[in-house]
Structures are given as C-alpha cells and as structure tokens.
Ligand binder design. Structure first.
Ligand code: G3H
Ligand code: ZN
Length: 288
C-alpha cells in the first residue's frame, strides 16, 4: 500500500473509539514483526524509529526498508521519527521519505516549544509529512532524553488550544502520568486532566510510555479519546528474550544467524497483536 501520513492514519480514531499503536523498532526483525502482527489483525500501524535507531540502522536504510515493507502489505503503515531533538536530522528524515516526525522541544519553555514546532510543521508541509509535538514533559528515560521526577511536568490543559493552533501540528503528545521505560510502581494516570484536554482540542492525542500500562488504563484512555499509543521498551525486552532463548536452545554448531534472530519477528508480532486488541484498531485498515 505504501506509506501514509500520521494525519491520515489517525483520522477517525477519536470518533471511532480506537487508537493506532506506535511501535519502536531497532532492526529489520522487530520492524518486520510489527508489520506482520498488524497485517494479521488488518490494523493500521505506526513504525517508529528513534534518533538512536536511525543512527544504528542508517536514515536512508530505515526509509527504504520500511517503504518496502509497507508496499508488501495491504494495511496503512506510517513511518515516524520519534522524539527528535536534532532539527537537521528531522529535515533529512523528511527529505528521505519519512511520513511523520516528532519534534520534541518539550525541554524548552512554552514559547520556544511553539516556535520550534511551528518551524518544523512549515518545513514538513512542503513534503506532505505530518508532525507530532509534545506539551508538558513525560517522565522517565527514552534513549537520550532523561526526565527525572523533579523535571517531569504534566500537560497544562490551558496551554493546549494556543499550542495546537499556533503550531499547526497533526498530533499532540500529552503528559498525564505515564513514563518512559518500565514502571517501578503502578502508573497513576490523571484521567481528569485527559478529559479536560480532550474537550479543548480536536487534535489527535498521543500517549507515550505505553510499556507496562495496565490494560484497563489503556482502554479508558482510548474510550476518552486517545488516538495514538506508543510502545517501545516492551518490544526491546521481547526482542532480547527471543534472541536469548534461541541462542540457549540452539547447538553451537548451528551458525545460521537467522536461527538466532529470526524468532524475534514472531515474538514482536505477538506483542503487537495483543496491543492492537486492547487499542481496538483491528479491522480498521480500511478506515485510513
Ligand atoms: O516514544 C516512545 C514511547 O513513548 C515508548 O515508551 O518505551 O515506555 O514503551 P515505552
Ligand atoms: Zn515517547
């Protein structure tokens, strides 16, 4: 089918009471597993490469690989650059064919966040690429972005309308209590805050830090109007376990690397299928 933008893939999510999963990948195996899991569920899917993943695989390699994957399935696939703080890299990714980027200026003050996000939106528009930005500061550690308890800040609903209006973004990441990485204690989501934000904007909302969020909390977020839910750490852990198990189960005389890393595909596909059931996006491929 080819790549679609974030705007296209999230259209109708709020009214349809489902969210599209944004899944981080770091190599061919997990990316292909994510696509296969989504295709098995006939669900739209967002493949997300962090700056670290892009550095590891190569920018054009990521773009070419995921474009090829998208063309081989009949579901909408969006290729998204996640948590990008390097604006030169964002522009390169847009030129290389990413269909969506996240400009993460959440560490900056409100006015600077607006100015930077708006500048990226204006550039992205020239290429028909979508843009996600973050308001507030999601806690935890996401590769190069580390937000400790003293720094993290929930999204102030009052800041939302002007931010969305002046930036022209296609999706808004909100901080409502989730954190990046595995949780040390049960997450406590601020649903009242989410309710206020939903009432104040039509802009599709994004929940970061999806690994370890209880199923009922996910479902409540989706019912309330969350449009995109990001999952990264759980897939990294799944990847590692699949490789470790395969290595442990295979005699040393076997030297075909596909025997060791191949199982990652099915393992990641299973995680993705489970999340799609929770997010309600199965059989929504036709919606995009
Ligand atoms: O942007 C990526 C996500 O927010 C991933 O969060 O690694 O906690 O699942 P997670
Ligand atoms: Zn995130």
């Amino acid at each position: 089918m080819g790549l679609v933008t974030l705007k296209e893939i999230l259209a109708g999510t709020r009214e349809g009471h489902y969210a599209v999963g944004g899944f981080n990948f770091n190599s061919y195996e997990d990316a292909q597993g994510i696509i296969e899991g989504a295709a098995a569920k006939n669900s739209p899917v967002i493949l997300m490469a962090s700056m670290g993943a892009v550095q590891y695989i190569g920018l054009h390699q990521v773009a070419g690989m995921v474009k090829g994957m998208a063309e081989s399935v009949d579901i909408p696939v969006c290729l998204h650059l996640d948590h990008a703080t390097d604006y030169a890299l964002i522009k390169e990714a847009i030129r290389a064919g990413f269909s969506s980027v996240m400009v993460d200026a959440s560490a900056k003050d409100y006015e600077e966040n607006i100015a930077d996000s708006r500048a990226i939106v204006q550039f992205a528009k020239l290429y028909g690429c979508s843009v996600e930005a973050e308001l507030g500061k999601v806690g935890g550690k996401e590769e190069h972005i580390v937000v400790d308890d003293a720094t993290k800040a929930y999204t102030d609903p009052a800041d939302v309308p002007r931010f969305v209006e002046e930036t022209g973004i296609d999706a808004l990441a909100v901080a409502i209590g989730t954190v990046h990485g595995f949780y040390k204690s049960e997450p406590k989501l601020d649903f009242e805050r989410l309710e206020k934000i939903v009432k104040l904007t039509d802009c599709p909302l994004v929940l970061h830090g999806g690994s370890g969020v209880p199923v009922e909390d996910f479902k409540k977020c989706v019912r309330m109007g969350m449009s995109k839910i990001n999952v990264g750490t759980e897939l990294k852990a799944t990847y590692s376990k699949a490789v470790r198990d395969a290595v442990a189960a295979t005699p040393e005389s076997v030297f075909d690397p596909r025997k060791y890393v191949g199982p990652v595909k099915a393992a990641c596909a299973e995680v993705v299928k489970g999340k799609i059931d929770i997010f309600g996006s199965a059989d929504k491929a036709w919606k995009c």
